[in-house]
Ligand binder design. Structure first.
Ligand code: MIC
Ligand code: SF4
Length: 646
């Protein structure tokens, strides 16, 4: 039986387990990336492991999220990461060099290699045929130390692409269509492989837009074959030697298959407040637009911004619209500056921002009250923009630019003939903002620079025999990590300060939650489907841990968050019968009698609702390794006890 593309990469990297769907597998990791919002924690954890030098082929630390320096915090954290990187063998991409995923695709990604990153959009690397996955910071730290990355072996979903995109329809519309078909839960436990005749009609940046936003499907990752298109992209990046051909075998077997006819697609938008709330522009109608933001790791490539510049050229932004544009990387920015496209963007009245995540993570450009904001980004969760009642729609760069001129949501197909934007034969290559680590012989003399904002991360002890806790919070379906641990300009600078962050935990749902935790002590959070979707931020586990959360009991989990809970030593539980969700109310007294023994045996866990006098059966959604980890009190304790398998 033949193998799928992802199965081939898994086969060449598997170090433990078998390739049966659902089985725990350990993978050797070739490359890692971190960004600054998750990176400080990841490097504190790496330091705690005591490994002197990274053991990967390439590890890169990016600064792209926290670039708004409203106080000393971010700048201090940047210096900390820069010094840690220099000492321990990690390349350092300076602030201003661009968004991690865009830069990694351009300069470091290699087809057929494995990459994990402490950011959920790491699957962007799937655009050049990498097996690239988002992970918690601790998992990235372990991989840097040479440890395997553990996932449960995913099922394989094939998206068969036929036809070719019509003018003004672009990669964003493809992934929005897939989100409409599959929903934000549709990819959970799966790898999405793109195949079929339509693949070769898509450029690498277009493919990367699609794999990037595969994160919103909840998928483990998404991947495209590595073909002649990939080869020309790498050649244009001066890296043809990194290319290898890679595709699935003709007789590969997939668990599921869907077909998307590229020719039949029309421009789409994801409406507030979920990336799968997809409608056609015609169905939404010409709503008035207050703000347009172009950029993010989804849509800020050279091709995207050249298209935008060509639409804006010679025109002026509508007087009621604020248009901001952030190029994805210094390479993109520099090329636009050289060829004059930047001048067209500036002349049209766009507010040009630095190459960083910026508005995507709420670092500035929050829309006005109840404002409609069209964004080329990947997430439109409630409140993420920094404006609680902001109405964020996710659209393509073409739709964004057309609407910025018209002042209302506009179908770019009304713009007339599309100008052809050729893929450059050579990109402008200048890696002067990427700093090499110190040679091993000099690493001892590198001093780590720690600012006062860097506090210790919380750790817990071995799991107790019986857990007694209150249901201090009950939430519904599709709770995102932005609900659990919000980001944005006011909070993000404190990503290395868990005690301070804890004041904002679950702030979007219930501002009183942190106070209740302080008042009542140990707690269990109760939730619905797809709990913890979205970001890979382990802060969504570490902060609850700090506040005394012992277990999270839900209908189902999103992959990365579930792993982060186990890594932190919080017990992730799912209801055996979903209807039992209704049998717990907020503030009920709960008990997990003999939970330690239950976990040791790998059996079900009983949740006793003492307030209601009933017992509720639950399962710990953990592999054997994770069970041992939770018993030990998290991955760090487990690694200390068991060495580096672990
Ligand atoms: C995001 O898009 O939510 C982030 C910010 O990039 C996160 C990482 C983080 O929370 O720092 C992600 O996607 O993993
Ligand atoms: Fe940055 Fe936004 Fe991409 Fe997250 S989704 S990495 S915040 S640009």
């Amino acid at each position: 039986m033949g193998l799928t593309l992802a199965q081939k990469i898994i086969k060449s990297h598997i170090v433990s387990g078998t390739m049966e769907a659902g089985a725990d597998i350990g993978l050797k990791i070739d490359q890692t990336l971190t960004q600054d919002a998750t990176g400080t924690m990841a490097y504190l954890e790496f330091e705690a492991m005591g490994v002197p030098r990274v053991k990967t082929e390439k590890s890169v630390a990016y600064i792209d999220h926290n670039t708004l320096q409203t106080g000393f915090e971010n700048a201090d954290d940047h210096r900390y990461i820069q010094s840690v990187a220099k000492k321990h063998g990690i390349w350092f991409s300076r602030p201003g060099n661009g968004i991690c995923h865009q830069v990694h695709l351009e300069r470091f990604g290699v087809p057929g290699k494995t990459l994990i990153g402490s950011d959920s959009h790491t699957p962007t690397g799937g655009g050049i045929g990498m097996l690239a996955m988002g992970a918690g910071g601790l998992d990235v730290a372990v991989a840097m130390g040479g440890g395997a990355y553990h996932i449960s072996m995913p099922k394989m979903l094939r998206v068969n692409l036929t036809g070719r995109l019509s003018p003004w329809v672009s990669a964003k519309d493809v992934i929005l269509k897939v989100l409409e078909l599959l929903s934000v839960k549709g990819g959970v436990g799966k790898i999405v492989e793109y195949a079929g005749e339509g693949v070769k009609t898509l450029t690498v940046p277009e493919r990367a837009t699609i794999t990037n936003m595969g994160a919103e499907l909840g998928a483990t990752t998404s991947i495209f074959p590595s073909d002649e298109v990939t080869r020309s992209f790498l050649k244009a990046q001066g890296r043809e030697q990194d290319w290898i051909p890679l595709s699935s075998d003709p007789d590969a077997v997939y668990d599921e298959e869907i077909t998307v006819d590229l020719s039949s697609l029309a421009p789409l938008a994801a409406c507030p407040h979920s990336p799968d709330n997809v409608k056609s522009l015609a169905d939404i109608g010409p709503i008035k637009v207050d703000q347009v933001c172009i950029g993010s790791c989804t849509n800020s490539s050279y091709l995207d911004l050249m298209r935008v510049a060509s639409i804006l050229k010679g025109k002026t932004v509508h007087p009621d619209v604020s248009l901001s544009i952030a190029p994805g990387s210094k390479q993109v920015y520099n090329m636009l500056a050289k060829n004059g496209a930047l001048a067209d963007i500036i002349a049209a009245g766009a507010r040009v921002l630095e190459c960083a995540c910026g508005p995507c993570i709420g670092m500035g450009q929050s829309p006005n009250s109840h404002g409609v904001s069209l964004r080329t980004f990947n997430r439109n969760f409630e409140g993420r923009s920094g404006t609680a009642d902001g109405q964020v729609y996710l659209v393509s760069p073409e739709t964004a630019a057309a609407s910025a001129l018209a002042g209302v949501l506009t179908d770019p197909r009304t713009l007339g003939e599309e100008t052809a934007i050729p893929m450059p034969e050579t990109f402008l290559i200048n890696d002067n903002m990427v700093l090499a680590p110190a040679p091993e012989s000099e690493m001892d003399s590198v001093e780590i620079l720690r600012g006062p904002n860097i506090k210790e991360f919380p750790v817990t002890g071995p799991l107790e025999e019986t857990v007694t806790a209150k249901a201090l919070l009950k939430v519904g379906d599709n709770i995102t990590t932005d609900h659990i641990m919000p980001a944005g300009a006011k909070i993000l600078p404190y990503r290395s300060n868990i005690p301070y962050l804890s004041n904002f935990c679950f702030g979007v749902c219930d501002k009183e939650f942190p106070e209740r935790c302080r008042q009542y002590g140990p707690s269990i959070v109760v939730g619905g489907q797809n709990y913890g979707q979205g970001s890979s931020r382990e802060h969504a586990a570490l902060v609850p841990l700090y506040l005394g959360v012992k277990a999270v009991l839900v209908k189902s989990f999103a992959r990365i968050h579930c792993a982060n809970l186990a890594n932190a030593g919080i017990l992730p539980l799912v209801f055996q019968n979903e209807a039992d969700y209704d049998r717990i109310d907020q503030m009920d007294d709960l008990e997990l009698p003999g939970v330690r023994e239950a976990l040791e045996k790998g059996g079900p866990v009983t949740v006793v609702n003492k307030t209601k006098g009933i017992s509720i059966p639950a399962e710990a959604v953990l592999s054997e390794r994770q069970r041992k980890m939770v018993l030990a009190g998290g991955l760090l304790n487990y690694t200390r006890e068991n060495g580096q398998d672990a």
